[in-house]
Design a protein around this ligand. Structure first.
Ligand SMILES: Nc1ncnc2c1ncn2[C@@H]1O[C@H](COP(=O)(O)OP(=O)(O)O)[C@@H](O)[C@H]1O
Ligand SMILES: [Mg+2]
Length: 239
């Protein structure tokens, strides 16, 4: 399914340009971070990769046989959970996979352990803190062993301690061999997690380079301004 080849992707709702012809190739290894200011088009881009939104132009092509069912998982900024137990929330994604009940239970237990929620297994998911909820959605996504995990600002609503825990889980999912594409507007997070950085600004990819290079010698004017904290932020109210 890799590389993912994105060509001239456009999104122009009501004539307003949100994605202005995005060209991007993503390989199957490591963590690609889509970094950019608020309103630059990160969520729209990641939703299009997930097949959740349609472009007005351009294409996304997957190598080989395309996207096999069940190979992509996505986690959003605000966790979406069932009003049932923590364990049930993890089991949810496993139900369509044809596993036995016993195998499901084993995998749920394994996942809760990996995200540090074993002791909360039987609690209602509604009782969890923001950080715990996000850990639970990561466990649910990880449980299906996706080849590609898309994360849209998974820590934007979390405090620094919860953020650190989530970042550690993201690293472990990467080590398991899952390709991760995540968005953030947090420079420190991009620095801590990325193998390669896709810098997006005003719906254009300004730069796509390996992480060390991006932070030591950004090539584009916009990335330099952003790193220096001088890029004017676009205000958006779409929460
Ligand atoms: N379905 C939509 N229709 C119209 N405008 C949209 C839609 N989705 C997003 N936008 C607009 O596109 C711009 C980029 O949004 P988004 O991708 O959410 O930015 P980011 O995630 O980088 O903060 C914003 O101005 C947003 O309001
Ligand atoms: Mg967003």
């Amino acid at each position: 399914m890799f590389p993912i080849h994105i060509e001239q992707l456009r999104f122009t709702p009501n004539g307003r340009t949100v994605l202005a012809g995005v060209d991007l190739d993503l390989n199957g290894e490591g963590i690609s971070v889509i970094l950019g200011p608020n309103g630059s088009g990160k969520s729209v881009l990641i939703r299009m990769i997930a097949g959740l939104a349609r472009p007005d132009g351009g294409s996304i092509t997957w190598k080989g046989n395309g996207v096999p069912a069940g190979q992509i998982a996505i986690v959003f900024q605000h966790p979406m959970l069932l009003r049932s137990s923590v364990a049930d929330n993890v089991a949810l994604g496993l139900k369509p996979m044809g596993l036995t009940r016993n195998d499901i239970n084993i995998r749920v237990g394994e996942m809760l352990k990996r995200v540090g929620l074993t002791h909360r297994a039987e609690d209602s998911a509604r009782l969890l803190s923001g950080g715990e909820r996000q850990r639970l959605t990561l466990a649910r996504a990880w449980a299906v062993r996706p080849r590609l995990l898309l994360l849209d600002e998974p820590t934007a609503a979390l405090d620094p301690t919860a953020t650190e825990t989530v970042e550690q889980i993201v690293r472990e999912i990467r080590t398991d061999g899952t390709k991760i594409v995540m968005t953030t507007q947090n420079l420190g997070q991009a620095m801590r997690l990325s193998d390669d950085v896709v810098f997006i600004e005003a719906g254009c990819i300004r730069e796509h380079t390996i992480s060390a290079r991006f932070f030591s010698r950004p090539q584009s004017h916009e990335a330099r301004l952003f790193i220096k904290g001088e890029l004017p932020w676009r205000i958006s109210f779409d929460d």
